[in-house]
Design a protein around this ligand. Structure first.
Ligand SMILES: N[C@@H](CCC(=O)N[C@@H](CS)C(=O)NCC(=O)O)C(=O)O
Length: 213
């Protein structure tokens, strides 16, 4: 299995899921600016014309895109990891993957992280997005995970909350249940390892971009 990723991008969620499953995979690093695959200098756009990570190539050679689809694929492919869900819980898992992908990832964090987004746009998404964080904080009150066990939705959520390091208007202290959840999950071995490894790669990416500027 090949995972195309960029350091600390949303593809970190799939790395976490693979670590949870103890699965073997090739990690192919995509430079987000140039779209060059660092491992072999190939053109990532030839794999995914949108240039978006995560992109996964299965052992059968099928190319999958979109966090929600890839995370559910990994969860189903390694059932022994217990990071999927069945029956109604599967619908809940789907619900959370959609919520994280639309309301948080794309609806709130991507505009805030975008250096080219106008301030008015940032103010607008922040105004709407805070209610999503309030909702999440309320839901997480007294809960360890999004479902009744760790699932790929948690892998995705912790990846997105990790971006608050770079989005100062969002101070996690205002959402104590979200902050406690994040701190708890960051201590989980799969997440600690995945985040530490990608942090080093992220620093190398920044240095590479600085050198090229
Ligand atoms: N709808 C996609 C969005 C993925 C996405 O936004 N990936 C970002 C990294 S977090 C990316 O590759 N951005 C590069 C770009 O926009 O060129 C999904 O859910 O997988």
């Amino acid at each position: 299995m090949d995972l195309y990723f960029s350091p600390l991008a949303c593809s970190l969620a799939t790395r976490i899921a693979l670590y949870e499953a103890g699965a073997e995979a090739n990690y192919l690093e995509v430079d987000p600016k140039t779209k060059v695959v660092q491992n072999d200098r190939s053109d990532f756009l030839a794999i995914n014309p949108l240039g978006l990570v995560p992109t996964l190539r299965t052992d059968d050679g099928v190319v999958l895109t979109e966090n929600a689809a890839i995370l559910q694929y990994v969860a189903d492919r390694f059932p022994q990891a217990g990071i999927a869900a069945a029956g109604m819980e599967r619908s809940r898992l789907h619900q959370w993957l959609c919520f994280i992908g639309t309301e948080l990832h794309k609806g709130l964090f991507v505009p805030l992280l975008d250096k080219k987004a106008p301030p008015e746009m940032k103010a607008y998404v922040l105004g709407k997005g805070l209610s999503r964080l309030d909702y999440l904080d309320n839901y997480l009150n007294g809960r360890e995970f999004l479902l009744d066990h760790f699932s790929v939705a948690d892998a995705y959520l912790v990846t997105i909350i990790n971006w608050t390091m770079a989005t100062p208007p969002i101070e996690l202290a205002k959402w104590p249940n979200v902050r406690a959840y994040y701190e708890r999950l960051r201590a989980r071995p799969s997440i600690t390892s995945a985040a530490a490894e990608e942090f080093k790669l992220y620093q190398a990416e920044l240095a590479r971009h600085k050198a090229a500027a």
